[in-house]
Design a protein around this ligand. Sequence first.
Ligand SMILES: *Cc1c(COP(=O)(O)O)cnc(C)c1O
Length: 427
Amino acid sequence: MSDYKINTKCVQGGYTPGNGEPRQIPIVQSTTFKYDTSEDMGKLFDLEAEGYFYTRLQNPTNDYVAAKIAELEGGTAAMLTSSGQAANFFALFNICEAGSHIVSSSSIYGGTFNLISVTMAKMGIEATFVSPDCTEEELNAAFKENTRAVFGETIANPALTVLDIEKFAKAAHAHGVPLIVDNTFPTPVHCRPIEWGADIVTHSTTKYMDGHGAAVGGAICDSGNFDWMAHADKFPGLTTPDESYHGITYAERFGKEGAFITKCTAQLMRDLGSIQSPQHAFLLNLGLESLHVRMKRHAENGYAVAKFLESRSEVESVSFPHLESDKYYDRAMKYMPDGGCGVVSFTVRGGREGAERFMKALRLAAIETHVADARTCCLNPATSTHRQMNDEQLAAAGISAGLVRISCGLEDKDDLIADLAQALDKV
Ligand SMILES: *Cc1c(COP(=O)(O)O)cnc(C)c1O
């Protein structure tokens, strides 16, 4: 599949049926797999033979879909997880342990910020957060002797900042560690971070990849580019024998191409669970089959809505990286020339009350804690996800009381704009 264009990979990547086999990816709804001899099974446990023995570790349905995601991102190996949260935790914890340090963009999804700053801190893994717009000097100054990974989001949820992937990759590599990029918002249809130097790419497949609000899931994809052995002292989990796995040294046995995902599967998935169910993987694949068609429409609708909002006097400000007036426009055009995603943030005049009157009047756009599915939805953080904060605390978090985040779906843009127009009339 590697020579085909991304549109073709979305439809046919990952699974090529043989003569007489199912055209659609089969759902292997089985927790376990049968063998004729204990020796056969023993070889699988020793990672000497490839095959399946228990779905917590691997399942054929999941592997077809993970292979498609690897092709889309241009990586060498990938795995599915039960959620985006699990994907980011596994990607980081696969190379970090108590005593390690992470450099992360401060502009990331709230769940990931909590994961890194609270939960992983309790495990003895500390972090330094840097602005996605920091200078090269500021970025380099954030590294420590024990830094093991750099983390950021291509387009951040919900701030809609754009990561300078090349700059972050350069700094990570200068310090001998990989760059992990959460590519949930643009998806590989609009940005492939590996082409810009990222080493590991993660996804909340719950968002555009599934695209229908049907199944929570995540994915991790390895570029196969990072040379673990060249920085062996930093990554003993990959470069020294794993006593919990018969003394295997992942980087030796599976090379740059396979070490990261094999360890993440054989060790973390074994010990922590968080596998995606084969049913969800099947649903995810249905979403992936039309991802290229849908992303184009999401980005078009997002742009049309952002342009319209900018023209209205009831709107104080609009954030959308592909809007010509946006702070991130040049960076967005560099990394995502064909568009980003359909999420737009804007501030309605009249603060909390203004936003409330506006949202109450909407007919097509539903009020939901979600983004990135086929139906347009929106959220006012001040009266929902951040309602425990007063106006001063909100301002400190960079969120105005009248901020509305709208995720433009796949409806006709004229209908979306008409709905927003009648609701703004009531502000
Ligand atoms: C939603 C989201 C996550 C978390 O994903 P879940 O599937 O909800 O666990 C992580 N990163 C980004 C950018 C997200 O938007």
